[in-house]
Design a protein. Structure first.
Length: 302
């Protein structure tokens, strides 16, 4: 199997802690170079991670004739510039999400890569997880029933917003760019492209959106439609409790089921509740083939 020779622009945590180790373990990849605008940081990262070459500038890495593909974990505001420069240097590009800050930027990036004959991909790693691929196949094959709604949420707490790049407006920060793109992406995976979209959010003291709620309508027939509802939040309060990541599909196969609830006297009673259960969790399998098991619920703690 032929190995692709990779280079990395920058020493961001997402690259150093997650993507670089993954590239190094891949049977069809070789990580041969890393670059930083600060030469000492590039050399330190190369030494710690066992990377053969350290470049003291991004330009030097693009001029390296041995590098075939480049991973870009730079701030969002730099994605367009360095994707186009990689394309001009004849390098394939894996760019961190969000691919661009605007649709026009994304179109320009795609056009540059097409012009120079290189591949361009947005680094949504979750799309290649066996469970995600399984859900996509189930939805496409109709095994989930007639999907009418997708609800998705991705939230987290930030303890030091003044030091967090996600709160830098000049670098393309904000909840929608950082984690809201996941909820939008999974909705499109299950339901397809929306025809109408509505969104509302709250802009915080740092000038970026800290919370966004979004709804999309997707016509799928003359008399019916599907809806995607998603939310994202990067809260500054460390006492805010919410699930970190969640996704749920509602289908026409949902049925009213009895549930126990307390009455005013405290005694349990039976009452109907609509509970979405298009498939059993046992139908989900992991990469090893073992039945999927739900993870324990996690909350942010003070």
């Amino acid at each position: 199997m032929r190995s692709i020779r990779w280079g990395v622009l920058g020493v961001a945590n997402i690259g150093v802690r997650t993507v670089i180790p993954a590239i190094q373990r891949a049977p069809n990849a070789r990580l041969i170079a890393i670059a930083s605008r600060t030469p000492a940081r590039a050399e330190d990262a190369a030494r710690r991670l066992g990377i053969p070459r350290a470049h003291g500038s991004y330009e030097a890495l693009l001029a390296d004739p041995e590098v075939e593909a480049v991973y870009i974990p730079l701030p969002n505001s730099l994605h367009r510039e360095w994707t186009i420069r990689c394309a001009e240097a004849g390098k394939h590009v894996l760019c961190e999400k969000p691919l661009a800050l605007t649709a026009r930027e994304a179109e320009e990036m795609a056009a540059a890569c097409r012009q120079h004959g290189v591949a361009l991909m947005e680094a949504f790693m979750y799309r290649f997880h066996p469970r995600t691929e399984r859900v996509g196949r189930l939805a496409a094959d109709g095994a989930l029933g007639d999907v009418r709604m997708v609800r998705a949420a991705f939230t987290f707490a930030v303890r030091e917003p003044d030091l967090n790049i996600r709160f830098r407006r000049d670098l393309g920060g904000g909840a929608l760019y950082d984690v809201g793109c996941y909820t939008i992406n999974v909705s499109r995976m299950v339901l397809g492209e929306p025809e109408l979209a509505f969104a509302a959010g709250r802009v915080g003291d740092h000038g970026v959106d800290e919370q966004v709620e979004r709804s999309c309508a997707l016509p799928v027939g003359a008399w019916r439609s599907s809806t995607a509802v998603s939310s994202c939040r990067g809260a500054k309060s460390t006492r805010w409790l919410a699930p970190r990541r969640a996704c749920r599909c509602l289908t026409r196969s949902c049925r009213a089921r009895p549930t126990r609830r307390s009455t005013s006297r405290g005694a349990p009673s039976q009452g109907p509740r609509r509970s979405p259960a298009p498939i059993s969790p046992s139908a989900w399998s992991s990469a090893s083939g073992r039945p999927w098991q739900p993870a324990p619920r996690r909350h942010c703690r003070p």
